[in-house]
Design a protein around this ligand. Structure first.
Ligand SMILES: [Zn+2]
Length: 124
C-alpha cells in the first residue's frame, strides 16, 4: 500500500509537470526517494507499470528510482555526513547533537519527453 500510494503520487506529479511543460509524452520519469522511506524499488516499479497504463502521456514511460542516502548534520560543527549504518554521532567532532538532514527526500527529479529522443538522434 505504501508503494502504491507513492506510485500514484509520482504519476500525479509527472502528469502535472508534463502539462506545465507542454510535453505530450514522457520517456523516462526519474524520482529521488530518501532511504528513510524504506521503499522497495521492485514493488514501486510494479505499481507504476500498472498505473501508467491509464494515462496515454505516461504509457510508454520508464520509471527510474534513485535512492538518496541518509545524512546527518552536526549541530556543533555543521559537518554533514552520509551514514551507511545507524551511527548517530558526528564523525567530525564526536558530538551526538545532530539533525537527520538526508534520507527523507521524495520528489520528481527529471522527466524526459519522448521528443528528446528525436533531438539526441539529430545531434549525432
Ligand atoms: Zn561535529
Amino acid at each position: 500500500m505504501h508503494e502504491g500510494a507513492i506510485a500514484a503520487a509520482i504519476i500525479q506529479g509527472a502528469l502535472e509537470a508534463l502539462e506545465k511543460e507542454k510535453v505530450t509524452a514522457a520517456k523516462t520519469v526519474t524520482v529521488l526517494i530518501g532511504r528513510l522511506h524504506h521503499v522497495v524499488p521492485d514493488v514501486l516499479q510494479n505499481h507504476y507499470r500498472l498505473l501508467k497504463k491509464e494515462y496515454p502521456a505516461l504509457r510508454r514511460s520508464r520509471l527510474v528510482i534513485e535512492i538518496a542516502p541518509v545524512a546527518i548534520t552536526c549541530r556543533a560543527c555543521g559537518k554533514e555526513t552520509e551514514i551507511v549504518k545507524p551511527e548517530f554521532a558526528c564523525p567530525g567532532c564526536g558530538s551526538t547533537g545532530i539533525d537527520i538532514t538526508g534520507g527523507r527526500e521524495m520528489h520528481l527529479k527529471e522527466i524526459i519527453g519522448a521528443e528528446a529522443k528525436v533531438r539526441s538522434k539529430k545531434a549525432k
